[in-house]
Design a protein around this ligand. Sequence first.
Ligand SMILES: CC(C)(COP(=O)(O)OP(=O)(O)OC[C@H]1O[C@@H](n2cnc3c(N)ncnc32)[C@H](O)[C@@H]1OP(=O)(O)O)[C@@H](O)C(=O)NCCC(=O)NCCS
Length: 145
Amino acid sequence: MQIVKMEPRHIPAILQVEQECFHSPWSEKMFSEELSGKFSHYYVAEVCGCAVAYMGMWALSGEGHITNIAVAKAYRRQGIAKSLLNRFIEIAKEENLEFMTLEVRTSNTPAIALYESFGFEQVGVRKKYYENSEDALLLTKFFGE
Ligand SMILES: CC(C)(COP(=O)(O)OP(=O)(O)OC[C@H]1O[C@@H](n2cnc3c(N)ncnc32)[C@H](O)[C@@H]1OP(=O)(O)O)[C@@H](O)C(=O)NCCC(=O)NCCS
């Protein structure tokens, strides 16, 4: 498994990961736009040359906004999300970010456990943030001193 920058050639495989992971998956156009964004950082985990997971972040004004992270079902609990997050923490340090932040569904126990294991703290709740009226937890990891 290797973590590499997401390129347009990865999009077909990542669309399949999206379909498997989310009720409202992102489209090809959305990924293409994200990849050309000035402040975007997108990486995938490749296994035997095929993308099985991805993570994205916008970095601007000293802040990192994690847009998403998703791992194909067959590759979960193997440390892939951990490897992606470690790469993004390196990026945060390279970009001198003060913090990284994200929204997560209150019911998403696996993702919340993942983020907490990386030192993300709950800093707020966005009420009825999702289309089914579920609340979002606002989690943030601050970079010290
Ligand atoms: C959340 C998700 C990205 C985790 O990916 P993963 O590659 O399976 O995670 P890892 O194997 O790197 O696990 C890292 C840590 O996360 C936590 N974790 C991951 N899956 C978990 C689960 N099902 N239950 C509890 N904790 C879990 C654990 O702390 C784990 O560490 P451990 O294995 O040492 O106990 C994956 O479940 C996923 O893609 N979910 C669907 C998409 C999604 O909800 N994305 C988040 C949007 S905010």
